[in-house]
Design a protein around this ligand. Structure first.
Ligand SMILES: Nc1ncnc2c1ncn2[C@@H]1O[C@H](COP(=O)(O)OP(=O)(O)OP(=O)(O)O)[C@@H](O)[C@H]1O
Length: 279
């Protein structure tokens, strides 16, 4: 693993909507050249944290820095060249075709002196191929299936060639083959020195592909680190209010998380571990 990319760092970061904080006092270093997965129950603050790291949401307190410089002080073009973001439910312009949407990913690289170039087309084609979406290039985005659309959006972020990719549930609509394919593509981006942060709900996939897992509950980080040390039965219980068995994948040594039964107390209170269980 290389460690040459920019360092994205949250310092005492609190985020929220209106006056209501939902993410509290987060300190987080995103290791350059690594893949970090944010996991946690619904409404635990994963998307909000990702938005804060992407400058889509201004801090209520604390700050986010890129190589030591406050993200808020950087130009939008500098941020767009460095950080690529895929929100949970992106909206495409009406009637846009796949090739044109993915080509939007190239805009941060253009300037008055550097218009469209043939290598932009090559990057767009390679990005579509990486997500198995090459055959969709002339289709309208609004006529695609949910999974096809999600792959096209991932291709757009790949075409941006950012050093840091922030992706909110990029595999939520994908069949299992395409989930693995997209996660392999993201691992190959990491092998090239890029930094990836994504939100995933599938804990076993998170454990298999992540270098670091960050577990959120109630807007706070309750555990972080390499998957085997982090996704323990205790942590999964605290975060999700379930009893789970954690086994070891004999091939990879990575954890495999098997949900067993729901506990009554649930994870948005980070101190809560359920006692009563449902049958
Ligand atoms: N635009 C918004 N305005 C007001 N409150 C919001 C907004 N977006 C999220 N929230 C609230 O912030 C809290 C955290 O939401 P967030 O989307 O960050 O959670 P999440 O962990 O990503 O959840 P999920 O797994 O359901 O996607 C929730 O209580 C949610 O209702």
């Amino acid at each position: 693993m290389t460690a040459t990319g920019p360092l994205l760092r949250a310092h005492g970061l609190s985020l929220g909507y209106g006056r209501t904080p939902v993410v509290h006092d987060i300190d987080l270093d995103v290791t350059p050249g690594s893949l970090t997965v944010l996991v946690g129950a619904n409404a635990s603050g994963k998307s909000t944290l990702l938005r804060g790291l992407a400058r889509l949401l201004a801090p209520m307190s604390g700050r986010v820095t890129l190589d030591g410089v406050d993200l808020g002080s950087l130009s939008p073009r500098r941020v767009a060249r460095t950080v690529g973001v895929l929100p949970q439910s992106p909206v495409a312009p009406d009637g846009i075709r796949v090739g044109d949407l993915v080509a939007h990913g190239r805009y941060p690289h253009r300037s008055f002196f550097r218009g469209h170039r043939s290598d932009d087309d090559a990057v767009v084609a390679a990005s579509l191929a990486a997500t198995d979406a090459g055959s969709l290039v002339d289709r309208r985005v609004d006529e695609l299936s949910g999974g096809q659309r999600q792959r096209v959006w991932i291709a757009m972020v790949l075409a941006q060639q950012p050093e840091v990719l922030l992706l909110d549930e990029p595999t939520s609509a994908l069949d299992v083959a395409h989930q693995v394919e997209v996660l392999e593509v993201l691992r190959s981006e990491v092998a090239r020195g890029r930094t990836v942060v994504l939100v995933l709900h599938d804990l076993t996939l998170a454990a298999r592909y992540a270098d670091h897992v960050v577990v959120l509950a109630g807007g706070r980080i309750i555990a972080r680190g390499e998957p085997a040390r982090t996704l323990t039965e205790d942590v999964v219980g605290k975060a999700f209010g379930i009893r789970a068995r954690v086994l070891e994948d004999p091939d990879t040594g990575r954890p495999v998380i098997l949900p067993r039964s729901r506990q009554v107390a649930r994870g948005n209170d980070p101190g809560a571990v359920g006692k009563a269980t449902l049958p």
